[in-house]
Design a protein around this ligand. Sequence first.
Ligand code: GUN
Length: 281
Amino acid sequence: MATIIDGKKISQTIKDELKEKVAEYKQNGVEIALAVILVGNDPASSVYVGNKKKACEYIGIRSLSYELPEETSEEELLTLIDTLNKDDSVNGILVQLPLPKHIEEKKVIRAISPKKDVDGFHPENVGALLIGEPGYVSCTPAGIIELLRRSNVEIEGKECVVIGRSNIVGKPMGVLLLRENGTVTVTHSRTKDLKEVCKRADILVVAIGKPMMITADYVKEGAVVIDVGIHRKEDGKLCGDVDFSSVEPVAGAITPVPGGVGPMTIAMLMKNCVDSISLLS
Ligand code: GUN
């Protein structure tokens, strides 16, 4: 039986810590504001953005909401970002992805000032992470490190296998595990003998984007399994990239879906907003 890593509970602790810090800042006359931009009406994105705004409210961060129609042009979006970059009362800017097809995501990510890029997607922040300099770190991988730390999972010297090499999760996850002195393998769709590679892992981070793909035969007895995926099944229930009922009896610890990595992503976004006070100065 695996220990269940309770991301909901850990994220709540982090949010409460941040709430205190924000209150202290407020007493010293410092206010934090996050601009949240949503283009179009993708239902999942609307839910994510709603959750981010709720978290801001809980912690005491002012959220400025920009809900723009699907047909917003790239130029209009870039103009808004430019205005927010120049606005000293705005600490962080978040553009919810994915964007409509006629808008180039790369361009939008680069347009956000690296000092306000609380998502940690700007190439300057990604580069800073790679060479160990201060900067914003992508929230999901940062949240996973925090989950491991607060669950007393040692990373140093451990075999860490990441499945998936996206810019948002897989790649920064690999770098962060390396920074914690793990021995890191990042796997992907062309990896040969994926099962065998995964079976070496003491810590297995699954960000593959395929519902319930990882079963017990990918997992070493006692391994820590972190599930980044979130999918809605035909019966309406949520599931991850890991087949929980198959893996849980084999793993030493495992994150559930929902209530594992998801809430940590938002907690780390809030942490990045609070950290903006020192990063902006
Ligand atoms: N879409 C899915 N995940 C994210 C995220 O972490 N940040 C933003 N901005 N968009 C997303």
